[in-house]
Design a protein around this ligand. Sequence first.
Ligand code: GLY
Length: 424
Amino acid sequence: MKKNILFLLTLTMLVFSSCSQRTQKSKSPSFDVDSALTYCHQQVTKALEALQPYDFTMMPRNILAGEQTWNCRKASTQEWCSGFWPGILWMDYESEKGKVNSEKFAAAIPLDSLRKIAEAYTDSLSFIASQPAFDHDLGFITINSCLKGYEATGNDEYKRIALAAADTLATLFNPTVGTILSWPRHVKDYGGHNTIMDNMMNLELLFWAAGENEKMRNVENEKRLYNIATRHAETTMKNHFREDGSCYHVAVYDTLDGHFIKGVTHQGYADSSMWSRGQSWAIYGYTMVYRFTHDQRFLGHAQKVTDIYLKRLKETSDDWVPLWDMDAPAGAPKDASAACVVASALLELCQYVDAEKGQTYREAAIAMLADLSTDRYQSRDRNVAFLMHSTGHHPAGSEIDASIIYADYYYLEALIKLKSNLLR
Ligand code: GLY
C-alpha cells in the first residue's frame, strides 16, 4: 500500500514536472485532469438539456461559429459520426461512476438517468446489425457506441450487434488488393479500389471481434477477421506512406490485379501534403494494431508516423494543436480534433515504447491536453460542446473552425486515459 502511494506520488510529480518544463519552453499551461473531466460532464449536462425533448435517432454532429447547441443528423450507416455521441455518454457515465465514493463526485444528473439516456441513443443504432455495409465507417459507428456500451455494461445485445457489424465490415475486404474498400461509392471517381487512412481506425472492430470469436471457439471466423485486419495494416504500411512517414489520405489500387496506383488527397490541402487528421488516424491506428498483434513492425511504424507528426507540428504551429493541414498556408484554421486523436493515441503508445521515448510521448500528450483545456479551445459558456476550432472538410468548405463531435469524443477518451495512467 505504502509502496503504491509512493509510486503514485513519484508519477504525479514526474507528470507535473514534465508539464512545467514544457510550460517554460512554450508557455503551455499545466492543467488538472479532474477539473477537465468535471468540465466535460457539465457540458454533457448542458447539451442534454438543450436536446430535449429527446429524439434518440438524432445524433449531435457539429456546432458552427456563433451557434450554441448541437446540429444533429439522423443516425444511419451513411452518417459516419452516428456513434460518437453515445460513446461520449458512456465515457462520461463511466467517469462519473468512478468518482461516486470520492469528494470529486459531482454528477449533475443521476447516474441511472445518464445510463438510460446512453442506452437509448445506443439502441437506436441497432440497425447496424442487419444492414449491408455502406462503407468502412461502419467501424467508427460501432466501436464508439456499442463497444463503449459493452465495456461499460457487459450488455450481450451490444456484443451481438458489434459482432454482426464486424462480419459486415469484413465484406468490404478485397483479398487481391489486401485492404478494405473504404468508399464503394467512389470507385469510379478514383479509378479503382480506394482505401483511406481513416480506415485504419476501423480495424479495431475486426480485431475485437476476432478475440470474441476465439472466446466462442469459432476459430475459423477468428482467424478470418484477424487476418483481414492484419493484412490491411500491412498493405497500408507498404503503400500509403511517403519515405518520411507522412501519409496520403487516399490510396488507389487496381481493382483487378491489386497493384498500388497512386496516393491522393480528399480532405487535405494537396496530394503531397500532411492532412493533420489523416496523420492522427495513422498514429492511433498503428498503435491500436500493435495492441492486438504485438508485432514489432507495427510498433516501429506507429513511432515513425508519430515522430514526423511531432516534428512538423513544432515547425508549423504556435502551440500543440495543428493547423488543419501541416502544409496549409500560415494562419489557416486549426484542427483541434487531430490533437485530440493524437493525445489519446500517445497515452497508449507511451506504454509500449522504451522509457525515454515513452516519457517524450506522454509529455507531448499532456501538453496537447493542456493547450486544449485552455480558454482558446474549450467552448465553456460559448456553446455546449467541449471544444472549438476543429476542421471537418476544408476543401469542401464544410465544418471549418467548428465544434465537431469527434473532437469531443477523443478529448474525453484521452482525459480518461491520462487519469487512469496517473492512478496506475
Ligand atoms: N473520417 C472522416 C474524417 O476524418 O473527416
